[in-house]
Ligand binder design. Structure first.
Ligand code: NAP
Length: 293
């Protein structure tokens, strides 16, 4: 039996449409247009693509998109000064500094400069701490996307065995917190985990956020499990370049009950979650009730 495909593209389009409706309502009732500032340093080709997609979706949803481009040679103080300026700009409700940053810039320092109320990527230690302690927070978009996609299959995650492969600050760790909040039983694995396939085979919900092309084979998957593939890996085969996930999709989908494709799974949903965060940040900053999305 082939797994049900969790169609991130369609699910994300529905979420973006709901965001668009709320943005329209805020404009009509309050005269508020949420604004997202995206900062790109240098011209990493993948980052260019992400930033372009984010800009298009932001504008399509009726929000303001404010682009800030700095050259690869920009200094850390220059970037921090720009972030400080955006912190003080009333038209900006969300600030996203596209990663990775050039090696001479300390990303942690820059992200720590963003006003936590405008931290729509949810990477500021204040938001990470709030999430970990169960307080309301701006939550990192990719793990949030993973949970929303899993919930299209399991409306309640309570009591389910969830295994997360990867413990990065931007995906694995916040994902663990979100799953705990939803009462899943969570196991986190990483490069030092012994017998990874056996640990993963316990999972009703398996999340792969590794950055290793197709590491997760059918042997990692309990029959019928839901598999969420976060990986985006550029590979070359037969002279052709393509993008694959961390999961060997063809064989995994013969065992899993449901699975996200790459591309077309977590990626589009991540951008939709960024729009949700920007909308939420705008409402909170302007002292309005949280939006209905
Ligand atoms: P990362 O910071 O490099 O973290 C990778 C994690 O995987 C680490 O915790 C590492 O363990 C673990 N790992 C590496 N090799 C392993 C192995 N052989 N067995 C078990 N665990 C292993 O990566 P990331 O930023 O979390 O990103 C992960 C993937 O998601 C990448 O492909 C990235 O492109 C993708 N991504 C996609 C989106 C999206 O929107 N779809 C967003 C963000 C990231 P250690 O901690 O022990 O080193």
């Amino acid at each position: 039996m082939s797994a049900k495909i969790i169609d991130g593209k369609t699910i994300a389009a529905e979420l973006r449409a709901r965001v668009g409706n709320e943005v329209r309502r805020l404009g009509e009732e309050r005269g508020l247009v949420p604004g997202l500032a995206v900062v790109l340093v240098g011209n990493n080709p993948a980052s260019e693509v992400y930033v372009g997609a984010k800009k298009k979706m932001t504008l399509d949803s009726g929000m303001r998109s404010l682009d800030h481009r700095l050259p690869q040679t920009a200094t850390e103080p220059e970037l921090m000064a720009l972030v400080e300026r955006l912190n003080g700009d009333r038209a900006v409700h969300g600030i996203l500094v596209q990663l990775p940053l050039p090696g001479h810039i300390d990303a942690g320092k820059v992200l720590g400069t963003i006003d936590p109320n405008k931290d729509v990527d949810g990477f500021h230690p204040m938001n990470a701490g709030r999430l970990a302690t169960g307080l309301p927070a701006l939550v990192p978009c990719t793990p949030y996307a993973c949970v929303l996609l899993a919930k299209t299959i399991h409306p309640s995650l309570a009591g389910l065995e969830a295994v997360v492969i990867g413990r990065s600050n931007i995906v694995g760790k916040p994902l663990i917190q979100l799953l705990l909040k939803d009462n899943a039983t969570v196991t986190v694995t990483h490069s030092q985990t012994r017998n990874l396939p056996a640990v993963c085979r316990r999972a009703d919900l398996l999340f792969a956020a590794i950055g290793r092309p197709e590491l997760v084979t059918a042997a990692f998957i309990k029959p019928g499990a839901t598999v969420i593939d976060v990986g985006i890996n550029r590979v070359e085969a037969d002279g052709k370049r393509r993008i694959v996930g961390d999961v060997a999709y063809a064989e995994a989908s013969m065992v899993a009950g449901a699975i996200t494709p790459v591309p077309g799974g977590v990626g589009p949903m991540t951008i939709a979650c960024l729009l949700v965060n920007t909308l939420r940040a705008a409402c909170a900053i302007e002292g309005l009730p949280p939006p209905a999305v």
